[in-house]
Design a protein around this ligand. Sequence first.
Ligand SMILES: [Zn+2]
Length: 529
Amino acid sequence: MKTVVYENARVYTMDPQAPTAEAIAVRGERIVAVGEVAACREAAGPDARHEDLGGAVVLPGLCDTHIHTANYAWGLRQVDLRDAKSLAQCLELIRAKTKESTSDGWLLGGRWNFNRWDDPRQPTRHDLDSVCPDRPAALPSVDGHTTWVNSLALQRLGYTEDTPDPSGGQIVRDAQGVPNGILRETAAHPLRALLETESADNLPSQLKQAQAKLLAVGLTGIHDIDGEQCRRAFETLYGQGDLALRVHKLIPLAALDEFIERGRCTGDGDSWLSTGPVKIFSDGALGSHTCHVSQPFAGEPDNHGIAILSPGEVDGIVRRAALSGIAVAAHAIGDAANNMMLQALRRWKSTGLAPHLRHRIEHAQHQRPADVVAFTELGVIASMQPVHCTSDIHLVETLLAGHDIASYPWKSLLDNGATLTFGSDAPVEDPNPFHGIHAAVTRQRADGTPQGGFQPHERVSVAEAIRAYTVTAAYASYEEGRKGMLRPGLLADFIAVNTDPFEAEPDQIRETEVALTVVGGVIRHALPR
Ligand SMILES: [Zn+2]
């Protein structure tokens, strides 16, 4: 096993004992030295290989603590044709999409509208075959009543010139009676069943494509929120030796009993695939007017949103899970939902039982000002998504106008000593963590609005934002002794980037390119030099 010295770099370790360095020496999956290049070379010995990073900036690998990876992977196969103004434009978009990956799975999405095209005729399978011949494609029109498929999709459906039209639908045909690639109404229904089975079978390979995208934006770890199908797919990838980033896999509430029965606890597993907390929902979301709020939404005097679980139900779940060694991660967006969860966790804490568990609140978007300190008192992790804040500015200013709340109170949480982690909630937002860091330090949208930032007193520093993606993300999966900073003995998970976030203008941070992603001492992504 050769030691590798990564050198000619500006290293930010996130280790308060030695915050900066020039080089990192890696042996196997671990860091053996961090510091001056001479010291690292000496620690590595004469046989070491040297990797010149060309003056790049090195950070610990970033971890997204709230991502729906299966949904994100499915989204990657979807082409959006809504804005296309011609068939040619549609075909160009489809061609570009198929070039993004080597997947042979279904190409989906669609939402084309031929009424808006300059030559408004319905397309055929031949058009689609010309840009997407090697994988089946099924692209519903914008109203969902017509589906445009290619020849391979017709084959998978078993549609031939001999197939009769189903009742309530039509397999449109050419002059020779051969299906031409347009399916109307019920003729498209068999696609659903086909896609469901094929999607489940293909999930590991789809996750592999998604993984490549995540590694390329600097993520070396994720906390996955999707279901058990996604867990099994990650297990498959791991078994095949194809898992290249570290996964802390949350448990859906529906699977809690099974986990308890099998004696699986939060933190079980290894550094690649570990068991997370159980995910529960205490309310809905702001955009749907369903998050649970103390004061009604503006203009809807009777609407306080929805409390999905009663305090008694939450108490029951927390007790059952925690007594079996499973922590709770509760989705809570409205201030009433957050207050309810914090009170439940306060009641639980007062029992003194299972104090090692690190419970979390997911999103934690709107807080009663007095509740901010409860996160610290109770040791509850606030798992938040910076880009949600900047996407929601308009919603907060309209729906929650005049509410006595602290919205996305990152700085207040940190100043009170709370543990804050960051993520994207992809595919709701882009998983790029540099978008999150930008939003966290500016509270501005990508276009720089609003000037000065939304409620700018809640902006955090670059170091605080990066900490929420590294050090505290590791703490949230009980792995602070394993990763999250660059220190000898810890896992060699790091990235090299082209922008120094500590020196750059915030809008440059958002555009950061990741040149190299190393997980467990192995280069998993590298930009061509
Ligand atoms: Zn989510």
